[in-house]
Design a protein around this ligand. Structure first.
Ligand code: JHZ
Length: 393
């Protein structure tokens, strides 16, 4: 049975960075989150149609952060070393942050956002501008044969029809093939109170226990789990065929599931408690921002993240509390944030001596940001975060 534990109100498409401050006919949907006590999967109650989110004006660029470039460089070299794949496939290649670490003939990619697919096509990588599904898998096998290594970062959790996605993987992998994918960890979300990981593009946020159930159903099994710091805590899942895979099952699989069980992720109670914490987080954040405004402080947001769209729309935080958002991504600059329509400008233009407080929309890159912004901090500039609870840094 599916039980709803979180209601984040009406939310926009998080990729809808508008060129005008008051767009007409903006799409909103009710963002509620539910727990399935059979599969243990945590999902949105209402999925948004993928075509509405992943289009030819997709804004997020995986290569925009040094942290992620380094993470992709490392995982590519580790996997080449460990599995020596003849052919690698990436599902959701974005701007090529991962595949750039391969020779052109070693890797193929699938990326439904045409503006992103064009970037890697122009670099010479075979990139299919399509969604990952059974039909696409059959096409790839017909052209390239079975694949030894399938990798995917921050994409599998974006696919509403999970079983179809995993069946498509199973039918594409060679007999001893390896499937590696990483997405935000549900345990980290619950522990950090990072409810902003729930938005249209994340129809699911994964626990290892839920993934084990669904992968098994599709003929795959997890043989290792790596806990990563990226995106505020992610899990890198290593999977293979139940019949045919040769990798030994690491103790990490049981350890992760055990940790999740002990944290309460197998039953609804923990999620309900999380729902209450989210309400408190909203009240605390709005109160802090309003108090600072009474003191006439200038507050901006650092990073026009998709995550922060959830926060601003749920907490009804607009231009009266946040003057503007700064972001390094060129195709977000000059636009307005989804739903609340806060202007987005470049850090060069907006992150200057006039700023008193910066809300960390990109809190998952706090280490990188704090390192880069020592001058801001040393002149007395402060950051605000909501993880693990609302506070000034
Ligand atoms: P970041 C997107 O979510 C959408 P977002 C998607 N659904 C997903 O899962 C994740 O990515 C992976 C900027 N920035 O990665 C760059 C600075 O301006 O947290 C980005 O716009 N200065 C696919 O948007 C944003 O912040 C900086 O110093 O929640 C970070 O976005 C740094 C480090 C980043 O993902």
């Amino acid at each position: 049975m599916k039980k709803t534990f979180l209601d984040l109100g009406l939310q926009p498409i998080t990729n809808a960075f508008s060129s005008i401050s008051n767009p007409k006919g903006e799409f909103f949907y009710p963002l509620q989150v539910q727990f399935d006590d059979e599969s243990k999967l945590v999902s949105l109650k209402n999925f948004v149609k993928p075509g509405l989110m992943f289009n030819d004006t997709y804004a997020h660029r995986a290569s925009m952060s040094a942290t992620m470039r380094e993470s992709f460089r490392l995982v590519a070299s580790q996997m080449k070393e460990a599995y020596r794949p003849k052919k690698t496939l990436e599902i959701g290649s974005n701007d090529g942050a991962f595949i750039r670490n391969f020779e052109k003939e070693e890797v193929i990619a699938v990326e439904p956002c045409k503006n992103l697919a064009e970037i890697t096509q122009e670099l010479g990588f075979i990139t299919y501008p399509e969604f990952w599904d059974i039909a696409q898998a059959e096409k790839i096998v017909a052209i390239h044969g079975k694949i030894d290594l399938i990798y995917s970062a921050n994409t599998i959790s974006h696919i509403p029809e999970l079983k179809e996605a995993f069946n498509a993987v199973a039918s594409t992998l060679s007999q001893k093939g390896i499937f590696v994918f990483e997405d935000p960890s549900l345990l980290s979300v619950i522990v950090n109170g990072s409810y902003d990981q729930f938005y249209d593009e994340h129809p699911h946020v994964f626990s290892v226990m839920a993934l084990e159930n669904i992968l098994n159903y599709c003929g795959l099994e997890i043989f290792d789990v790596e806990n990563l710091n990226t995106h505020g805590g992610s899990n890198r899942i290593y999977a293979q065929r139940i019949n045919g895979g040769e990798m030994p099952i690491s103790i990490n699989v049981a350890l992760n599931i055990d940790r999740e069980e002990k944290a309460g992720l197998a039953t609804i109670g923990k999620y309900k408690e999380f729902g209450e914490r989210v309400k408190k987080s909203k009240n605390d954040l709005v109160k802090l921002l309003k108090d600072l405004k009474v003191q006439q402080k200038k507050i901006v947001s650092y990073g026009a993240t998709y995550k922060s769209a959830t926060i601003f729309n749920y907490c009804n935080i607009g231009g009266s509390l946040i003057d503007y958002i700064v972001d390094t991504t060129p195709n977000k600059q000059g636009k307005f944030s989804p739903g609340m329509h806060i202007p987005i400008i470049s850090p060069e233009e907006g992150f200057n001596a006039s700023v008193d407080y910066a809300f960390l929309g990109a809190w998952n890159f706090s280490a990188e940001i704090l390192k880069n912004e020592v001058r801001y901090v040393s002149r007395g500039g402060k950051f605000i975060t909501h993880v693990p609870q609302v506070r000034v840094i």
